[in-house]
Design a protein around this ligand. Structure first.
Ligand SMILES: Nc1ncnc2c1ncn2[C@@H]1O[C@H](COP(=O)(O)OP(=O)(O)O)[C@@H](O)[C@H]1O
Ligand SMILES: [Mg+2]
Length: 331
């Protein structure tokens, strides 16, 4: 096994004294893609921000974050620029990340020059990568302004610009949420193809477990500032153990039926600040025991998952399937 490129060990984060992340441990190997999945407010974006040290004012991180052996939390201010340049970031809304006053071409060429190319070479590389992102007639697109492009096309441009810098790590935070479902899958496939070609690692943040399973090698499930389950993307959707993961899966829209209302996980998401030392999901969990709101057990291997749950072995045995279905029953 190759050394992990990203090692996060017992990461804690408080903002203004309020806990946001607790005991987060994750690793990503070179060339691997990890999906980070959970409802809004779970702490996914803050976990990525600890990797880039782009934290809000009043934030304090503890524990360890390493990128290729470098202690990220220990970097000095003047070292941060170079550190951030080694990471490619794809955000949710390309329109906030791309200067609207410059053409697509000048944006792309600037990015290529930042990574050390001359002008001619930068233009050629920009055209190549745009083509690889499935953009036809890239020359014409280079002469256009961001407002002339659809959201989907502009997101491809942003991803192309990130890929062009050949980062060893790509952080993609809900990169396709603003796009329609078909475009989402296509853009993600292209991103993942280019990632694989460059042997880059990726952390892909999404609230959509199926999308993560389709794109990533492994999936980490996060809730209330904690990692509750980690498993292979090939098995997790059918063999999830943590009741929270099962609730996310049960809340997926059915494949074959149209529903009047979109299913959601019952109950209200708990902020990390309020869940103390217990399992953050305890208050919403259909099979919680009294101990669950007192303590959260450490990670253990159950089936193909790594999971933190007092009832993990019972879930895995199937004894709790009635309370924790993997899909909603359809009538
Ligand atoms: N700028 C901020 N200031 C204070 N607290 C914040 C800020 N941004 C996020 N948080 C807190 O951090 C928690 C995790 O947020 P975030 O990582 O953005 O969640 P996710 O990306 O999973 O939706 C939120 O529930 C919120 O309480
Ligand atoms: Mg987020």
């Amino acid at each position: 096994m190759t050394d992990p490129l990203v090692e996060i060990d017992n990461l804690g984060l408080t903002i203004g004294g309020q806990p946001v992340l607790r005991g987060v441990s994750l690793s990503v190997a070179t060339g691997e893609s990890l999906g980070l999945v959970g409802e809004s407010g779970s702490g996914k974006s803050m976990t990525l921000r600890c990797l880039t040290r782009l934290l809000p004012p009043g934030a304090r991180a503890t524990g360890e974050v390493r990128l290729a052996g470098t202690d990220v939390l220990g970097l000095r201010e003047r070292q941060l620029r170079a550190h951030r340049q080694s990471i490619g970031m794809v955000f949710q809304d390309p329109r906030t990340a791309i200067n609207p006053l410059h053409t697509v071409g000048s944006y792309m060429v600037e990015r290529a020059k930042d990574s050390g190319s001359g002008l001619r070479d930068a233009t050629d590389r920009a055209l190549d990568v745009l083509q690889a992102m499935g953009i036809s007639d890239p020359q014409r697109r280079m002469d256009q302004y961001p407002f002339e492009l659809s959201g989907g096309l502009l997101q491809r441009v942003m991803i192309a610009s990130v890929v062009m810098e050949q980062p060893r790590l790509i952080l993609a935070d809900e990169p396709t949420t603003a796009l329609d479902v078909t475009t989402q899958a296509e853009v993600l496939r292209l991103l993942d193809g280019l990632r694989e070609k460059n042997s880059a690692a990726m952390i892909f943040v999404t609230h959509d477990l199926d999308l993560a399973a389709a794109v990533c090698d492994r999936i980490a499930v996060m809730y209330g500032g904690r990692i509750l389950e980690v498993g292979p993307a090939t098995t997790l959707p059918d063999a999830a153990v943590h009741p929270y993961t099962r609730a996310l899966l049960a809340a997926r829209p059915p494949l074959t039926h149209r529903l009047e209302t979109i299913p959601t996980v019952p109950g209200v998401p708990a902020p990390a600040a309020r869940t103390g030392d217990g399992c953050p999901f305890a208050a919403r969990c259909p099979v919680a025991l009294p101990v669950c709101s007192e303590t959260l057990p450490g990670m253990e291997t159950v089936g193909s998952s790594q999971v933190r749950c007092h009832r993990a072995s019972e879930v895995q045995s199937g004894a709790l399937d009635a309370e924790l279905p993997l899909r909603l029953e359809l009538q």
